[in-house]
Design a protein around this ligand. Structure first.
Ligand code: ATP
Length: 354
C-alpha cells in the first residue's frame, strides 16, 4: 500500500539547550529504512525534544538531520513529509472520521478525486471503515487514536512520529493498539520514531530501542540486546530489575556468589565491583531437591509474591544476609513458602559489572 520506498533517518551531533538545561547534548541517532525505533528514558532526558527536532517543530543549536539523502536541517515542518500522532488524539470534533482524513489529505494537496479511495484504504487498515461517518465524540479513545493513526498514514509520510500515542488509554486497549500499530507499521514499512516512557511498550514494539539520559543516547539496540547485554550501568538499572551483588572481576569474568560468570563489555576491568544480575538469572532450588555436588549457596525465602505466570521470591543469603530477588516459574513455587531454606545460584550468562 505504501508505494514509495522507505527512507532512513540520520541525526548527527544534535544540540539544543533551554537556558541552562541541555535537552539534547550531542545526540546521534539513526533510524534505518522501515524501522521502528523507540526512544526511552527518564522524564526530562530529551526524548520529546529529539522527536520535535526531527519533525521540525523544534530548532537546533547545532547538528544535522537527514532523511534519505536529503539534508532537512533547515526545512520547515510542512515540507518534511512526516506525520505525527500525539497522546491527545487531536481530531477535529466537528468533522466525521472521513472528514478528518479528507481534511488532512486536502492540506497535503491530494486531488479531490483521489481522496476517497485513500481514505477507505486507510480506514480499512485500522478496522474502522464501518465507523467512517461518526464524529470523534461518538467513539472510544482507542478508536479515536486509530483514526489519528489512519490520518497520519494516509498522507504516506516518509517518517511517522509517535509521541506517547498510547498514554491516554486504559491498559487493555493500550496493549491491543500497541500490537495493532506495530502490525500496520510493519505492513506498510513506514520508518517510525516512537517516544514513550513505558518500557514494556518500547520493548514490545520496537526493532531497536534507544535509551536516553541527559540529552544523550546511552545505547541503541534490539530489545533483547538491551535487556540481556546492557552497555552501561545506567541502561542495566533503567531497563528491567537487577540484583546488585558484590563480586571480584578478573580476566573477563566476575566471581560472584562463589561462581564465575562472564563479564559484559562495559564492565569494570579489574577488582571489586557490583554485578548487576537480572532476577530471572537467579536459580532457586528447594534444599531437598538438591543433588550433592551442585553449585549453590544457602538462602531463606523471606517473601513470595505470586504473579500468575511467575512468582517473585525475595531471599536472604545465610552467610552474608545479602538480599536477593529471583523470578521463578509458578510451578517452581509449589515447593516454596516463606521461611523455606533453599539453594541459590546464578545462570552462567554474562552480566555487567559496575
Ligand atoms: P518527559 O518524559 O517528561 O516528556 P522528555 O524526555 O520528553 O521528558 P523533553 O520534553 O525533551 O524531555 O525535555 C528535556 C529537557 O528540556 C527538560 O528538562 C525540559 O524541562 C526542557 N525543555 C523542553 N522543552 C522546553 C521549552 N520549550 N522551554 C524550556 N525548557 C524546555
Amino acid at each position: 500500500m505504501n508505494n514509495h520506498p522507505a527512507v532512513g533517518v540520520e541525526m548527527r551531533g544534535l544540540r539544543r539547550s533551554f537556558g541552562q538545561v541541555k535537552a539534547l547534548d550531542d545526540l546521534d541517532l539513526d533510524i534505518r529504512p522501515g524501522e521502528l525505533v523507540a526512544l526511552l528514558g527518564p522524564s526530562g532526558c530529551g526524548k520529546t525534544t529529539a522527536l520535535r527536532v526531527l519533525s521540525g517543530l523544534e530548532e537546533l543549536d547545532a547538528g544535522t538531520v537527514s532523511v534519505g539523502a536529503r539534508d532537512i536541517t533547515h526545512t520547515p515542518p510542512n515540507k518534511r513529509n512526516m506525520a505525527m500522532v500525539f497522546q491527545s488524539y487531536s481530531l477535529f470534533p466537528h468533522l466525521t472520521v472521513t472528514g478528518n482524513l479528507d481534511f488532512a489529505l486536502s492540506m497535503r494537496k491530494v486531488p479531490r478525486g483521489k481522496r476517497q479511495a485513500i481514505i477507505d484504504e486507510h480506514l480499512e487498515l485500522v478496522g474502522l471503515i464501518a465507523q467512517r461517518d461518526r464524529y470523534p465524540h461518538e467513539m472510544s479513545g482507542g478508536q479515536q487514536q486509530r483514526v489519528a493513526l489512519a490520518r497520519a498514514l494516509a498522507s504516506k509520510p516518509d517518517v511517522l512520529l509517535l509521541d506517547e500515542p498510547l498514554s491516554a488509554l486504559d491498559a487493555k486497549v493500550r496493549v491491543q493498539l500497541r500490537d495493532e500499530i506495530r502490525r500496520i507499521q510493519q505492513e506498510l514499512g513506514t520508518t517510525t520514531l516512537f517516544v514513550t516512557h513505558d518500557q514494556g511498550e518500547a520493548l514490545a514494539m520496537a526493532d531497536r530501542v534507544g535509551v536516553m539520559q541527559a540529552g544523550r543516547l546511552e545505547q541503541l539496540s534490539t530489545p533483547r540486546e538491551l535487556y540481556e547485554r546492557p552497555a552501561t550501568e545506567f541502561v542495566a538499572r533503567f531497563i528491567g530489575d537487577t540484583n546488585e551483588l558484590p563480586g571480584v572481576v578478573s580476566a573477563g569474568g566476575v566471581l560472584v556468589m562463589d561462581q564465575w560468570v562472564p563479564a559484559l563489555p562495559g564492565s569494570i576491568r579489574e577488582g571489586r565491583g557490583t554485578a548487576l544480575v537480572r532476577p530471572e538469572r537467579v536459580t532457586v532450588t528447594a534444599c531437598e531437591d538438591h543433588v550433592d555436588g551442585g553449585a549453590g549457596k544457602m538462602a531463606t525465602v523471606r517473601q513470595l509474591s505470586f504473579q500468575g505466570d511467575h512468582a517473585v521470591v525475595h531471599l536472604a543469603m545465610a552467610e552474608s544476609a545479602q538480599e536477593l530477588t529471583a523470578f521463578v516459574t509458578a510451578r517452581e513455587t509449589a515447593e516454596l513458602a516463606v521461611g523455606t531454606d533453599v539453594l541459590v545460584g546464578l545462570d552462567p550468562l554474562p552480566v555487567l559489572v559496575a
